[in-house]
Design a protein. Sequence first.
Length: 134
Amino acid sequence: MQASSLKAKIGARPEDSRQAGMTQTILNSVHRLKQVLDEENRLLEGGRSADHQPFIDKKNQILRELLALQSMNISLSAMPELKNALQEVRPLVDKNHSLLLAHTAALSDITGLLTAAAAQDESDGTYSRYGDTP
């Protein structure tokens, strides 16, 4: 082992090691979030119907992890790679938000049309209390 390498290891402070470990943990969570958002966005853009609960569960889990890490008061200014990763996530989050809003609006429109159609459909009196007599 070279002297400079040995000196660096001996001189490394525990908080530096902790910071590096936390940085990697945060970066892993952000990377997983990017993957989840990419997958969900592709599904939404494709117009395919699917169960969105797994996406919700994954995003909630990642959020819980990030919130737990945030409570450890880690200095984010010492993590330029995190800033870059978060800048890559932001457009994915915005796109996901937009796509989910569009799908929710479409579902609301369809529900409104079905409700209106059901209300306009005349009853034949089968289930009325007095029957449908003229």
